[in-house]
Write a protein that binds this ligand. Structure first.
Ligand code: NAD
Length: 358
């Protein structure tokens, strides 16, 4: 096959980690007989530097002409919250998700066996294993709701952020979760705050309707506060967790932390028609940018997810994941995951070793 892939290298460590993922893609291409056309796209702080806006016109159209998008990370201290909205990298991230209709964010949180010691949970909890998939709604809820800020007569400034969800939005993310559970261990945990929020009560009723349809999948409701606790108490109980945008934002960071390092976890954002977007869950790590210190594994595993979810090529995905596990099992570590006494290797060396293991 020939795949057309948009590369958004972005800021900070973005270019370094995407560079290693591209090497891995090339290696997979050699082994499985695929070729690629890479389309370089400028987005984020680097785009603000070059053309004065973080999300240059035509970005979405360029991406839509590709089979998938691989994103490193965007964000630099130079284009922080004090800068105009159109120059801030976060604006670009929200816009690309919306423009490509990427309403489902898939974040696997897996404790890889060679790194079991990096898990901050109790040993007996870690030994039960962690292998869950967080499915976060990505284009609705409070992050996209109407905002307001106004002066009151007696209470100073007041602000509001509207949280809205429609049945359609809930149903399409719910279906993704149930379909994924069928390919995994067959359990969906739906996270909400139905004891307080009206949006959650609607969420729950739609999920219950779907649960009646997917009778082969086990289903449970979990309140978001309880979920935060259960993730550190007994994460092995979860298979697929599905939740709305803000709850998912917070819980997926918690889920990533219990697996050891932010540098290991990939993500996929997918919609119904447009190309999927694949990116590590971490940011642009400006503190280590350009020093050959970044862990490229999260980006490399994002490329594996691209094969699995956009190209329907599970064998290629498995080959990448197995190569990562093999290199970790041999004891190779970048600085973020190096145990005391282990000499860390750099970004490029980690990429080379993974390629060599495919
Ligand atoms: P961050 O994820 O960039 O960094 C947090 C810490 O983790 C830092 O100490 C960093 O060095 C370390 N780290 C992150 N990725 C690593 C890797 N691959 N290997 C080794 N260490 C790694 O989060 P932050 O510091 O809060 O944000 C920095 C910038 O990234 C900000 O501008 C933020 O807006 C942006 N950001 C972008 C995205 C994205 O592009 N999707 C996501 C989150 C943050």
């Amino acid at each position: 096959m020939n795949y057309k892939i948009a590369l958004i290298r972005g800021d900070g460590i973005g270019p370094e980690i995407v560079g290693e993922a591209v090497k891995v893609l090339e290696r997979v291409g050699e082994k499985f007989g695929h070729s690629y056309e890479f389309v370089e796209i400028l987005m984020g702080g680097c785009a603000s530097d070059a053309v004065g806006m973080a999300y240059p016109e035509g970005t979405a159209e360029q991406c839509k002409a590709c089979d998938a998008v691989l994103l490193g990370a965007v964000g630099t201290p130079k284009w922080g919250p004090d800068k105009p909205t159109h120059q801030r990298p976060e604006t670009a991230l929200l816009a690309i998700r919306k423009d490509l209709g990427l309403y489902a964010n898939l974040r696997p949180a897996v404790l890889r066996a060679p790194l079991a010691d990096a898990c901050p949970l109790k040993k007996e909890t870690a030994q039960k294993g962690i292998d869950l998939m967080m499915v976060r709604e990505l284009t609705g809820g409070v992050y996209f709701g109407k905002r307001d800020r106004y002066q009151t007569e007696d209470r100073g400034v007041e602000c509001t952020d509207l949280m809205a969800y429609s049945e359609r939005e809930i149903e399409r993310i719910g279906r993704r979760a149930f379909e994924l559970a069928r390919l995994r261990r067959g359990k969906v945990s739906s996270v909400d705050k139905a004891n307080v929020l009206e949006t959650s009560r609607l969420w729950r009723s739609v999920m219950h309707r779907l649960a009646e349809e997917y009778t082969d999948v086990a289903y449970e409701d979990v309140l978001v506060d309880n979920c935060a606790m259960q993730l550190v108490r007994d994460p092995a109980q979860f298979d697929v967790l599905v939740t709305e945008n803000m709850f998912g934002d917070i819980l997926s960071d918690e889920a990533s932390m219990i697996t050891g390092s932010i540098g290991l976890l990939p993500s996929a954002s997918i919609g119904d028609t447009a190309p999927g977007l694949y990116e590590p869950i971490h940011g642009s790590a400006p503190d280590i940018a350009g020093q050959d210190k970044a862990n490229p594994i999260a980006t490399i595993l994002s490329a594996a997810m691209m094969f699995r979810y956009s190209f329907q090529r599970p064998q290629e995905a498995d080959a990448i994941e197995k190569a990562v596990d093999a290199v970790l099992a041999e004891g190779w570590r970048t600085a973020d995951i190096a145990e005391p006494g282990v000499t860390p290797i750099g970004t490029r060396k980690m990429g080379e070793l993974i390629c060599g293991s495919i």
